[in-house]
Write a protein that binds this ligand. Structure first.
Ligand SMILES: Nc1ncnc2c1ncn2[C@@H]1O[C@H](COP(=O)(O)OP(=O)(O)OP(=O)(O)O)[C@@H](O)[C@H]1O
Length: 264
């Protein structure tokens, strides 16, 4: 009996993206399945963040189709798209929190906008989200500029989770964090994935995160997804772009550590 493959949660079909006549993606295809922890990787400028923003419905490609939760976004009206957006949370690279609002107020923003609940309940929900990402109660009243980079990233995740999305998108979540904070952040992501039934898509250059957090990695190169595979399989690929990306000393070091060898 043939086993039916589940429908992808995210399906990108023949995506072409151009800026000023120059294409970043050309007929790019990618499927992401429910529960996956997928990283988008590739050389700087290959279009990872652009693709993430397209999945988040923040920008649109010139050609191609984006299907989210089985629905073709091109055929949806504004109301339908808004409902889809609520099923996704996005963590931006710099956190994108409002500097004049406390962490609690930042997390409450999407709730206030879309959940018609009494204020004390909204506060309680926002507080729960801050706790979920490991922030202490005392952090709730702090402003973004009063906390560490690691806490800021966690607060940004708390806001992304405000509306209980099932798909969490993260743009370089561990960039700028020291190794211990980055590792603690990765632990938090794994815990959230397990407890909240999340699908994760992250853009990252952090090789430790690739090995630790992901179960699938999509390698972008030559304007397409050259390969989607678990990291162990991806690093064994013969494609010159993939070999080049993982051949530098940092990559070799992380790979060596995973395999119990010495960093090169
Ligand atoms: N709004 C825009 N207008 C013009 N060009 C853009 C715009 N957004 C992105 N680009 C270009 O598209 C290309 C891909 O950008 P993108 O930020 O997705 O790369 P990336 O793979 O995420 O890079 P990095 O790893 O350095 O963050 C780059 O050449 C960038 O300059």
């Amino acid at each position: 009996m043939t086993e039916l493959r589940p429908r992808p949660l995210v399906r990108l079909r023949n995506i072409t993206t151009r800026f000023a006549g120059q294409s970043v993606h050309e007929s790019l295809n990618l499927s992401v399945y429910k529960g996956e922890r997928l990283a988008l990787v590739g050389a700087s400028g290959c279009g990872k963040s652009v693709l993430l923003n397209e999945i988040a419905l923040l920008t649109q490609p010139q050609q191609g189709q984006i299907l989210l939760f089985g629905q073709n976004t091109a055929r949806m009206d504004g109301r339908g798209l808004l409902q889809l957006r609520h099923r996704m949370g996005m963590m931006f690279q710099q956190g994108a929190l409002f500097s004049s609002l406390t962490l609690l107020e930042n997390v409450m923003l999407p709730l206030r906008e879309y959940q018609p609940l009494p204020l004390p309940l909204l506060k309680e929900l926002a507080m729960l989200k801050l706790k979920l990402v490991g922030l202490p109660t005392s952090a709730a009243a702090r402003l973004p500029q009063e906390i560490s980079g690691g806490m800021l990233k966690r607060a940004a995740v708390a806001r992304a989770l405000a509306l209980d999305p099932s798909l969490l998108l993260l743009d370089e979540p561990t960039a700028g964090l020291d190794p211990a904070s980055a590792s603690a952040f990765d632990d938090m992501l794994l815990e959230l994935h397990a407890t909240m039934d999340l699908t994760l898509i992250l853009v990252t250059h952090d090789l430790d995160s690739l090995w630790r957090v992901t179960d699938q990695v999509a390698f972008l190169g030559q304007k397409q997804v050259l390969c989607k595979a678990p990291i162990e399989e991806l690093v064994m690929q013969d494609h010159p772009d993939i070999r080049h990306y993982f051949a530098n000393t940092r990559a070799a070091g992380a790979q060596g550590r995973r395999q119990g060898g010495l960093p090169v």
